[in-house]
Design a protein around this ligand. Structure first.
Ligand code: SF4
Length: 382
């Protein structure tokens, strides 16, 4: 393992000829799909001019499908209690050094309405696998379902739910009360690494919950963690699995070491890996949504992620609501830099603008229509 938590592999060492990379990128611009070999090749680039060429191609592909428009997501992390013990996460059950809170419905509604008024396109309702919801039987989950319904009614916005691996009937109830998205990150699609990162959890249960969500009419988001022990081949494999899942939104975030966790002493990886993964995901999934998360480097990292081809700004957190981010719990929140207004100058600098709600609605509807025509074979090879 390298000092940054990334396993070096042969592809990292290779220096493909510039002309070969240019040929691959020219074909992608014409709509030709990347082969798995080409995906790995691009992920492993280390020459600055070649990497810049990939970023430029990613921006061109984004422009073809989305013009200059990007979307904004508000983030409400309403409970940081969790029954799980993920080794990378500050909110793991056994960490006594993290910031725990559980918000009441009124507080959640207030934060969601504040975000809606600021102009976001979606409210992301996230929690750990909080025993208050998970271990109280039906009454715990009823509370969750009511909450999602209330937020939808109060804001009039689509909701993304990130509640962890809830029972099937609860997922169905969440879809029925109007949730639009289900987010549940695998982090990696290598079982051995998954077991290290998410000890005691089922790889298959997590993956199958996303397949079920899709069948229930929810859009799904899949996510990777980089710098947590994966190789470039592993990232390419994850991109393949994301494609097999037909995930509507795909994301990657760099590992940030968290106090009081087993991975506290790990280094955070060079951001190049995350940026190159964003760009390659854009080339592989031209018409999907790809977040630039404020949760890793705050506002200062936004331009790099947008320049790599992202088209959603996530983890906008209302100030003064006592809410955390995920990996950077407080970065840029209190000083109001993680707000819709706060990101506008960066969008302008990147030649981008905020899309209309109608644009977002059209995109969501088109993905939902496409999902209806899908038939899942359950053959997601991992
Ligand atoms: S990543 Fe999620 S499931 Fe794992 S410990 Fe953190 S909050 Fe819990």
């Amino acid at each position: 393992m390298g000092p940054s938590g990334i396993v070096p592999d042969v592809h990292q060492m290779s220096r493909p000829k510039r002309q070969h990379v240019e040929t691959v990128l020219a074909r992608v611009r014409q709509g030709v799909k990347l082969s798995s070999r080409e995906t790995t090749l691009l992920l492993g680039l280390c020459e600055e001019d070649q990497i810049e060429a990939v970023f430029k191609a990613a921006r061109d592909v984004r422009r073809t499908h989305f013009g200059e428009k990007v979307f904004l997501y508000g983030f409400v992390y309403f409970s940081t209690y969790c029954r799980n013990d993920c080794t990378f996460c500050s909110f793991r059950r056994s960490n006594r050094k993290c910031w725990r809170y559980r918000k009441e419905e009124a507080e959640i509604l207030e934060a969601a309405c504040q975000l809606a008024a600021s102009g976001v396109h979606l409210i992301d309702l996230t929690m750990g696998e909080d025993p208050e919801y998970f271990c109280k039987g039906p009454s715990g989950f009823d509370k969750l379902v009511r909450l999602v319904e209330s937020v939808g009614k109060a804001t009039g916005l689509p909701a993304m739910i990130s509640p962890g691996v809830v029972p099937d009937d609860v997922l169905g109830a969440l879809a029925r009360v109007g949730a639009t998205w289900y987010a549940c990150y695998q982090e990696t699609h290598r079982r051995a690494l998954f077991n290290q990162l998410r000890p005691g959890q089922s790889y298959d249960a997590r993956l199958e919950k996303k397949i079920l969500a899709r069948k229930l009419g929810l859009l799904i988001e899949e996510g990777l963690l980089t710098g947590a022990g994966e190789s470039i081949d592993d990232v390419a494999h994850s991109i393949y699995v994301m494609g097999a899942l037909n995930a509507d939104q795909v994301r990657v975030m760099s590992f940030i070491p968290q106090r009081g966790t087993p991975m506290e002493g790990w280094a955070s990886p060079d951001r190049l890996r995350e940026l190159l993964t964003i760009a390659v995901m854009r080339l592989v999934f031209p018409e999907r949504l790809i977040p630039a998360s404020l949760d890793v480097d705050g506002l200062s990292g936004l331009k790099h992620r947008l320049d790599a081809g992202a088209n959603v700004v996530t983890s906008l957190v209302p100030p003064d609501c006592g809410l955390a981010g995920v990996s950077q719990n407080s970065l840029d929140i209190k000083n109001s830099r993680r707000t819709a207004a706060g990101v506008l100058p960066v969008l302008k600098e990147c030649g981008l603008k905020v899309g209309d709600s109608a644009d977002y609605g059209v995109w969501v509807d088109s993905r939902r229509r496409a999902a209806k025509g899908e038939s899942f074979t359950g053959q997601v090879t991992c």
